[in-house]
Write a protein that binds this ligand. Structure first.
Ligand SMILES: [Zn+2]
Length: 705
């Protein structure tokens, strides 16, 4: 998770939600009645800055003029009346402007090393406070959860504005827009990049009450989503039958979607069940779902006619409650909840001068790829002729024309010549304990093409811990600390699934080690965004069989995997465009009611569907693309998924070209957190884009026939 408005970046990466971990935000925003930063500045500010400008230029020579003008402007933009009066402001500027290179170098170096200490130790405290919940160390007591929920870094950013260290940075180092980073970044030295990242830490000053409001809207929407279950045994088909088993309770949209996927293996009733789930999903999007059936096992519901009646069967111990049983629709709560996250986000706009909307903050700051480029990449996938060819192949395999829910087809599967049980046995023998895995790391790394020296170096920077859950990687934020690999080891030893995850997490750890320790500046630690660290981890994970001494997956099996990824990218690219369209619509209609937002979302979903899906699935005006829960509670997060797939294919393609993984992995991971396109150009010779995915799909289609 990444706490956007604090200094701390907790580098935990999980395999279960590959792209979600880093980016769920703490965006919040209550709404003071101000629309521009101008209204925040004290009235004396203009006079004072022009006076200081003349004074400082006279003192440090004309050559410093651009820095002086920029620094004064940046400080003025964030200075509030309660930061001090005119005299205090002028005194601050005179004292803290670094007017010669030597002073500036000292300032830069000291900030870099002290911020490393701050981040590193905050991260260390967080890791320790989470130890009991994260590791397999016996019962978690109630107070352990409080420790785990506590974030000592929560107020650091406020503190840095209050003690004016933030202003010192703003006075001396450049704030940039994404345009500037894209245009000038390729010619910057690593030091210039590091200065840019230093200044970016202080590029917004969101008041605590705004952050609180954003946090609240986020929590409320997450809560709304977390309780949105459908009790499947209570769905009645037109014949009054119950196609789903008792006790099956599916969370929208994830479990509903996964049930559609699972139903492909039910030759007898699968199709009827899939159609029924589609009907349920559509009623959620259009808000024609009866309010009373949400999270309620006391009601039977026919989602086609929308009739409801008291449950004729019981599959839950929950008390029936006394909600009146009518088919009155959910009163647009879905869209009222989404609107709340929008209104909260807007409250931060006036305090974020370089990215004044949530849309800007997501694309220009979090992703650092312009929205127009992201849109073009998504459209390139959606309108590729490979979609039609892949659809034909699916149709052949299913033996029937495609229907809209087949957007979640899951029949592309890499086969294996070993059963899971055989693999479990091999792994358990090799790794009876977490220590056994730890010991084997240098050996595993050498198999991946690292030299013995580099393998030992990396292994010395990784500590293996037994995880309570499935496993995750936790990097460190200072060079004196090591990365932690958390892996699940059963009493009977590690199983294959655990090994597969451990190899993935080890990929994260290796990236974390290089990007923190072997990069010129700790201010540049990391990779451009989460998609990159995931892509690097997938490179490791894709070679797990070879690490066990088994043959690599054959061409056919790789082709199935590629087609699965392509079909998933095609699906989520449309979902992402809906998410983007809906956020634009909200910004264009700030006074909209939940009902109007519902109508707009339905229309946007249909438009995208009609443009890119209707001809493939033989049906127009389908609203399924609007069903993702992220759209309601994740503040424009969805575009990360399709971009992630593209990046993964680009990196994989480059690894294949290079041959050995080790040196190439190190070369890439050392580049640090520059913009995604620049990173990718230096890594592969091309900016971020879908070409590698499309090329691999083309070859996979040829191989899969
Ligand atoms: Zn991961």
């Amino acid at each position: 998770m990444k706490l956007h408005f604090t200094l701390l970046v907790i580098a935990i990466v999980c395999v279960t939600q590959p792209l979600l971990s880093e980016e769920i935000l703490m965006h919040t925003a209550p709404a003071p009645a101000m629309t521009s930063t101008e209204s925040i500045s004290p009235t004396w500010m203009n006079n004072s800055t022009s006076k200081l400008q003349t004074e400082l230029v006279a003192k440090y020579a004309d050559q410093q003029r651009p820095r002086i003008e920029r620094g004064l402007h940046q400080v003025a933009e964030f200075w509030r009346a309660d930061d001090g009066d005119e005299a205090a402001f002028e005194e601050f500027v005179r004292t803290n402007f670094a007017g010669d290179q030597a002073t500036l170098d000292t300032m830069f170096n000291r900030f870099q090393s002290l911020l490393e200490q701050l981040d590193g130790h905050m991260h260390e405290i967080n890791r320790e406070f989470n130890q009991q919940s994260d590791l397999d160390l016996g019962p978690v007591l109630p107070f352990d959860e409080v420790f785990a929920g506590y974030d000592p870094s929560a107020h650091v950013l406020d503190d840095f504005f209050n003690n004016k260290l933030a202003f010192t940075v703003l006075l001396n180092f450049p704030l940039t827009t994404l345009d500037e980073r894209l245009k000038n970044g390729p010619n910057w030295t690593p030091r210039q990049w590091a200065e840019t990242r230093l200044a970016q830490r202080f590029d917004k000053r969101i008041p605590a009450e705004v952050n609180l409001a954003i946090g609240q809207a986020g929590a409320e929407s997450a809560q709304y989503i977390a309780q949105y279950n459908i009790w499947m045994y209570h769905l009645l088909d037109p014949q009054g039958q119950r196609p789903f088993p008792p006790k099956m309770r599916l969370l929208s949209h994830w479990n509903l979607r996964d049930e559609i996927k699972a139903d492909y293996s039910d030759a007898q009733n699968g199709l009827a069940k899939q159609r029924m789930i589609q009907q349920v999903m559509e009623r959620i999007v259009t808000q024609t779902i009866p309010q009373v059936v949400i999270n309620n096992p006391a009601v039977d519901w026919n989602p086609y006619t929308n009739q409801v009646q008291p449950a004729a069967v019981k599959d839950s111990d929950a008390a029936p409650g006394n909600r009146p049983i009518t088919n009155a629709p959910e009163p647009d709560t879905r869209y009222a909840t989404l609107l709340k996250t929008y209104h909260a986000s807007r409250k931060a706009d006036p305090y974020s001068p370089t990215a004044p909307t949530l849309i800007d903050r997501r694309f220009q700051e979090d992703r650092e790829i312009p929205e127009a480029r992201v849109k073009a990449m998504l459209e390139q996938v959606l309108s590729s002729p490979l979609v039609e060819q892949t659809a034909k192949l699916i149709q052949t395999r299913l033996g029937r024309p495609l229907e809209p829910f087949d957007v979640w087809y899951n029949g592309f599967r890499p086969g294996s010549q070993y059963t899971e049980a055989q693999l479990d046995e091999m792994v358990a023998k090799k790794y009876p304990t977490a220590e056994a895995y730890q010991k084997d790391i240098p050996n595993l790394l050498m198999k991946l093409g690292f030299t013995p020296d580099r393998a030992r170096y990396i292994a010395n920077n990784i500590i293996v811990d037994p995880a309570r859950g499935s496993g995750h990687a936790m990097g460190s934020s200072m060079r004196s600390e090591k990365a932690h690999l958390r892996t699940r080891v059963e009493k009977t030893g590690m199983n294959y699934k655990g090994f597969n995850i451990a190899v993935h997490e080890m990929g994260h750890n290796v990236e974390q080690t290089f990007s923190l320790n072997d990069n010129d500046y700790t201010l540049l630690q990391g990779v451009p965004n989460t998609a990159f660290t995931e892509a690097l981890a997938f490179v490791f994970q894709g070679h797990d069989l070879e690490l066990l001494g088994l043959p690599a997956p054959d061409t056919k099996s790789q082709a199935e995997k590629t087609l699965n990824d392509f079909w998933g990218t095609y699906e989520i690219a449309g979902v992402a465009l809906v998410d983007m369209g809906v956020w634009h619509w909200m910004y264009d209609h700030p006074q909209a009611t939940p009902k109007q937002l519902e109508e707009a979302t339905v229309q946007i979903s249909k438009d995208i569907w009609n443009r890119y899906y209707a001809s493939v699935f033989h049906k127009k005006d389908v609203v399924l693309l609007g069903v993702y829960s992220h759209m309601i509670d994740s503040f424009l997060y969805l575009p990360d998924y399709p971009i992630g797939h593209m990046i993964a294919f680009q990196i994989e393609e480059q690894m294949k070209k290079a041959g050995a993984i080790g040196p190439e992995f190190e070369r890439m991971a050392k580049m640090g957190r520059i913009t995604p396109d620049l990173w990718m150009e230096r890594a592969t010779g091309r900016p971020v884009g879908p070409e590698a995915l499309l090329e691999a799909t083309k070859q996979a289609l040829a191989a899969a026939r």
